[in-house]
Design a protein around this ligand. Structure first.
Ligand code: HEC
Length: 126
C-alpha cells in the first residue's frame, strides 16, 4: 500500500515536470517574444517616445520588460492572466489605455498567445 502510493506520487511529480518542460521547449524570448514586442510596442516605448516618457515602460530589452513602468512590473512570471501587459493587449482594460495605442492594429491571437505562453512558462530570458 505505502509503496504503491509512493510510486504514484513519484509518477505525478515526473509527469508535472515533463509537462512544464514541454510547454517551453518551442518558445524563446529572443526568437519568438521579442519580435512581437518590437513590432507592436517599441516605436512608442523607447526613450524620447510618448509611451516611455509617460509610463516609464521601455520595451527594448528583457530587463526593461520585466522592470515594467515607473509604478511597477507589468509581467508576473507564471501568471499571464494577471499581468498588466496581457490585460492591455487583450483589451481587458479601459479602451483608452489598451495597447497598442492609437490606430495601430491589435495583436493577432497567435501573437497574444506567444506572450501568454512565455509568461506562464516563467518569462525566461532564453
Ligand atoms: C502609438 C504609441 C504606443 C504603442 C504602439 C504602444 N504604447 Fe503602450 N503606452 C503608450 C502611451 C502614450 C502610454 C502612457 C499611458 C497612456 O496614455 O495610456 C502607454 C502606456 C503603456 C503601459 C502602462 C500602462 C499603465 O498601467 O500605466 C503599458 C504596460 C504599455 N503601454 C504597454 C504596451 C505594450 C505591451 C505595447 C505593445 C503591444 C504598447 N504599449 C504599444 C503608447 C503606446
Amino acid at each position: 500500500m505505502r509503496i504503491a502510493s509512493i510510486i504514484a506520487a513519484g509518477l505525478v511529480v515526473s509527469l508535472a515536470v515533463t509537462a512544464g518542460c514541454e510547454r517551453n521547449q518551442d518558445l524563446s524570448f529572443a526568437k519568438d517574444v521579442k519580435p512581437v514586442i518590437d513590432e507592436h510596442c517599441s516605436n512608442c516605448h523607447a526613450k524620447g517616445q510618448a509611451g516611455y516618457e509617460v509610463s516609464g515602460f521601455a520595451s527594448d530589452s528583457y530587463a526593461s520588460l520585466l522592470k515594467g513602468t515607473k509604478f511597477g512590473p507589468v509581467v508576473i512570471p507564471g501568471d499571464s492572466f494577471n499581468s498588466t501587459l496581457v490585460v492591455l493587449i487583450e483589451g481587458r482594460a479601459d479602451p483608452s489605455i489598451n495597447m497598442p495605442h492609437g490606430t495601430l492594429r491589435e495583436l493577432r491571437s497567435e501573437e497574444i498567445d506567444i506572450i501568454r505562453r512565455w509568461i506562464d512558462g516563467g518569462a525566461m530570458n532564453d
